[in-house]
Design a protein around this ligand. Structure first.
Ligand code: IVH
Length: 679
């Protein structure tokens, strides 16, 4: 592309195109272009930005991918507190709330707005001159955590809004949540990876936005509904809640389509009834309906008492709970050897579905809730998918209930069970435990892993039980056992060739999938991707030292340890060797070395002054060089950037004098990350 002016224009054009399509896709749910076309625009923008890092802005759509891990979150003081809501559970109590408000307003009539009360977590987003500058959690209502980087990864949160329409400074409040479907998938993935499951979508959302590594947040299916304005400066905004919501929608924010204007309390009751019946079909969890006084002036008059506004109330939906008996506690052994307890329940109907089992996360959890075998228990459908036990009904105890203890030996293979001190789960110590072996095979063929769709869970079980597949590598040797396959029940010619074809097609899956498919404890899809970005092959990864692994972002000692241990085990070494022999691709093609002048930082000269927090100076300089840039120690007119660390020296002043651009460590790291990606 031609001169800098043209590049700048194209970058701006690409950004507004991407923002437009992003809004259509994530907020309006009505895309105009295909995912491929969107990706193509994004690629072009990333490319141009890596060639012109000085043109990267904080609201560029490329900035949604996450920033380097934070050590901890900063504190944000809320200029106006984020209040909570009082609850009511019946029409009578709702009517009483309404009467009180009406009395306080001197008997005036007033409109109401009803909206679903989303089960997520409250956030406050501050925009200055149209740009998202801060995103914070509610915290204690007065002080929250600064989670701006993480919220920037939520696609339905606009990074910028039209400067003309928006006030120069304003705060939007809303609820960040994970939709039911995304929650189901996230937990499915975690189950496959042997990670503890999230109890409900709210916990999953809260856990996701509080990740120190925002690239993990970026992979979580987070969404938002905004539900109000905080402080606004410099421009008049509408004077009713209803119009404010329309106004926010016009600025590009996502407003819940269910929100309804009601003239009377009976109309609100009608909506409540309707929503109680219909909420199962909503794509997100809601635990009630928020009823708000529409007029902002009236809201002001009503004010708040004890952190709760008098102008709004949460009218809860009846809980989807039921009572039944806990017959026994069973145990499943997972692929990583974890002993997963589950409740065997007397079948009970809860919210239209019959429940006969429920997840019990681990022994500690069972004891914390004081759940005993034989107890009458309250069960609840959480997150619409996994039923859970809320608590025992202690008053119904007969004295015959039994306290549960994890077995000391694996219920499948009889090997010793241990509980690592820093983990909640008990584990079977036998890596050849049949249950683990079968679960490993199921994991290997699954969708996020090698994606062998001709071999489902049932077939895995049969193959394993018949001794045809003892480990994952055996799958690739099945083609020599066609006769035996055809002899299996329900295996016709077609399904055999289907299975063999899809096994064959899985030989050249990308490295990240292969790493994930190996089933290394604690290495889920996200970490597998990270490892694949940093190692060329399984072989190279298997030789990595603990220190080498720890130097990667977001890999802690637990994961590093697990990787090193995995590759040390003889059984695993053997399986990898067998996979290689079978022609399974265990690495990526070596990337052609780019010519130095084509590297993203070519022609740029950096001077680092002061101490860097994230890496040693020598390491940072090595990264600059690897990306085609030059690192030097003297500031001259030729210097492109002075990177200012902690306690910088006189070089900062010199840069100022010479008009050399100064950037802080975070900006510098971002530049390196972006450039590495471009490379
Ligand atoms: S209004 C003072 N509207 O519920 C008004 N809150 O229990 C408070 N919530 O912290 C907020 N959906 O996290 C409002 N449509 C909605 C909401 C909503 C969910 C949450 C919010 C708040 C909590 C209060």
């Amino acid at each position: 592309m031609g001169g800098v002016v043209e590049v700048k224009q194209r970058i701006e054009q690409l950004r507004s195109l991407l923002n437009y399509h992003n809004h259509r896709y994530y907020v309006l749910d009505s895309p105009e272009i295909s995912d491929e076309e969107y990706d193509e625009l994004m690629r072009e923008l990333s490319q141009l930005e890596s060639e012109h890092p000085e043109l990267i802005t904080s609201d560029s759509p490329t900035q949604r991918i996450g920033a380097p891990p934070a050590e901890e979150f900063g504190v944000v003081e809320h200029p106006e507190p984020l209040l909570s809501l009082a609850n009511v559970f019946s029409y009578e109590d709702l009517a009483a709330w309404h009467r009180r408000a009406s009395n306080l307003l001197g008997g005036s009539d007033f409109d109401l707005v009803c909206e679903p009360k989303i089960d997520g977590l409250a956030v406050a987003l501050t925009y200055i001159d149209g740009l998202l500058v801060t995103g914070a959690t509610r915290g204690d209502g007065y002080r929250g955590e600064n989670i701006t980087q993480n919220l920037k990864t939520v696609r339905s949160i606009p990074l910028s809004v039209s400067g003309k329409k928006a006030p120069p400074k304003f705060e939007v409040r809303g609820e960040v949540y994970i939709p039911k479907e995304g929650f189901r998938k996230l937990n499915e993935e975690r189950a496959r990876e042997g990670l503890p499951l999230f109890a409900n979508p709210r916990n999953a959302a809260a856990g996701s936005v509080r990740q120190l590594d925002s690239s993990i947040t970026a992979k979580r299916p987070l969404d938002i509904f905004v539900y109000g304005l905080g402080p606004v400066e410099g421009k008049a905004v509408p004077d009713t809640h209803w119009e404010i919501m329309q106004y926010l929608k016009s600025l590009g924010f996502k407003v819940n389509p269910e929100i309804t204007l009601c003239r009377t309390i009976d109309e609100a009751e009608e909506y409540h009834q309707k929503w109680v019946e219909g909420r199962e079909s909503w794509p997100y969890e809601a635990d009630g309906m928020v009823v708000k006084v529409n007029s902002i002036a009236f809201q002001g008059e009503l004010g708040a008492v004890a952190h709760e506004p008098r102008w709004a109330i949460a009218y809860k939906f009846p809980a989807v709970q039921g009572t039944t008996r806990l017959i026994d506690i069973g145990i499943n052994v997972g692929r990583t050897g974890s002993l997963n307890p589950y409740a065997i329940l007397e079948p009970v109907r809860v919210g239209g579905v019959v429940i006969s089992s429920a997840a019990l996360h681990n022994e500690e959890d069972i004891h914390r809730k004081d759940i005993r075998i034989g107890d009458t228990v309250i069960v609840q459908r959480a997150g619409e998918v996994i039923p859970e036990i809320v608590s025992p009904v202690v008053s119904k105890r007969t004295g015959k209930e039994k306290v549960f203890h994890m077995p000391s030996h694996c219920p499948v293979c009889g090997a010793e069970v241990i509980k690592p001190e820093d983990e909640a789960m008990h584990r079977c110590t036998n890596s050849a435990c049949p249950s683990q072996a079968l679960e490993k095979i199921k994991h290997f063929v699954s969708r996020g892993a090698m994606d062998i769709d001709g071999v489902g869970e049932k077939l895995c079980q049969t193959l394993f039980e018949q001794g045809l597949v003892k480990d994952v590598a055996d799958l690739y040797y099945l083609k020599d056992k066609k006769e035996q396959l055809l002899g299996l029940e329900k295996m016709a010619d077609k399904s055999v060739s289907n299975a063999l074809d899809s096994i064959d097609a899985s030989r050249d899956r990308p490295l990240a999938r292969v790493i994930f498919a190996l089933g290394i404890l604690h290495v889920g899809e996200e970490y597998a991707e990270l490892l694949a970005e940093n190692f060329l092959s399984v072989d190279e990864l298997s030789k990595a030292s603990q220190e080498q692994l720890l130097s990667l972002p977001s890999i802690g000692p637990k994961i590093a340890d697990s990787i090193v241990t995995f590759f040390r085990q003889k059984g695993n070494k053997r399986v990898i060797k067998k996979l290689r022999k079978a022609g399974v691709k265990l690495g990526k093609e070596k990337v052609e070395e780019a010519k130095p002048e084509e590297l993203p930082l070519a022609g740029l000269e950096f001077v680092i002054t002061g101490k860097l927090k994230s890496s040693a100076r020598s390491e940072a300089e090595a990264r600059i060089k690897a990306l085609g840039g030059k690192a030097s120690s003297d500031v001259t007119k030729k210097t492109s950037y002075v990177v200012v660390g902690a306690d910088p020296g006189s070089k900062v002043a010199k840069a100022g004098k010479l008009g050399v651009k100064r950037i802080n460590e975070a900006e510098f790291m971002e530049l390196l990350t972006q450039s590495s990606k471009a490379k």
